[in-house]
Ligand binder design. Structure first.
Ligand code: ZN
Length: 276
């Protein structure tokens, strides 16, 4: 993509994010990685609904300014994603209310409740809290970026990314829509999960259709563990163990523990029992 097109589409996506209440005030940021490796990003302290094409900042992949505009202070989050994912060309970060409610409640969006979401987005894990615009935040995100196309950031918001700016925006929109449906279903008495065999069929469909490839099987995502879907690299187990510890193991009322954690819990219970 050339720079002029990137500027035009960033302004358009910023307007959509603002109109759809994914951001207010000067929240959020959007960037595009150009073919030559430079990054065009939204400017700092600017409402995403009122940007102009010439207000965008341009940097290199280390964040060094290449024009006289100052990029968002959260550019580091975008650069981390570009470093970890050669296939990603655009990133959208926002604070959409329903998705952010999950992030504030300490929950991932990882229940298998919507077939379309399993096909096109996969699960959305929760990265531990890190102070915005610092390495704390990017280090919390780093282990999750490789196998997911959208993340929640605890007590902060959401980020989605893709092969172009519209795929990134669509993923952000799907994340927010899913969170909204999950919250509404809870009000109606609780969502009913799709069974493991239906999930396996959806994984098969999404890979044959090219919506998501085999790497998405490695997602640190609770419901894949109840299926026969195998992670080709074995990284899913490590990532899930990390998330289970950082989340306290609880997600949507379910608890997942590693073998070691279970043994420790049982021995604690035995010690307590011996004292009574
Ligand atoms: Zn933010």
């Amino acid at each position: 993509m050339n720079e002029q097109t990137a500027r035009r589409e960033i302004v358009r996506v910023g307007q959509l994010m603002y109109e759809r209440s994914y951001v207010v005030s000067s929240d959020g940021n959007v960037s595009v990685r150009l073919d030559d490796g430079r990054v065009v990003a939204t400017p700092t302290m600017t409402c995403k609904g009122r940007m102009t094409e010439d207000s965008c900042a341009v940097t290199d992949l280390e964040g060094k300014p290449l024009n006289d505009r100052k990029a968002s202070s959260e550019l580091a989050m975008h650069l981390l994603i570009y470093q970890e994912r050669a296939d990603v060309r655009a990133v959208c970060h926002a604070h959409p209310p329903h998705g952010t409610a999950f992030a504030v409640a300490g929950l991932a969006i990882d229940q298998p409740i919507l077939s379309e979401v399993i096909l096109t987005l996969g699960c959305v894990p929760l990265a531990e809290y890190g102070t915005p615009s610092t390495a704390e935040l990017t280090e919390a995100m780093r282990p999750l970026v490789r196998h997911h196309n959208a993340l929640l950031m605890a007590n902060h918001g959401a980020v989605a990314y893709g092969a172009d700016i519209w795929q990134a925006f669509d993923r952000l929109e799907t994340l927010e829509h899913t969170a909204k449906i999950a919250i509404l279903a809870r009000i109606l008495g609780g969502a009913r999960d799709l069974p493991p065999d239906s999930i396996e069929k959806l994984i098969d469909v999404r890979e044959r259709a090219g919506y998501l490839d085999e790497r998405a099987r490695c997602q640190a995502c609770g419901y894949l563990h109840e299926t026969r879907v195998v992670c080709p690299t074995g990284e899913r187990d490590a990532a899930t163990a990390t998330r289970a510890v950082s989340n306290g193991g609880a997600s949507n009322g379910k608890i997942s523990l590693t073998r070691e954690e279970l043994i420790e819990l049982l021995s604690q219970a035995a010690r307590l029992g011996a004292r009574v």
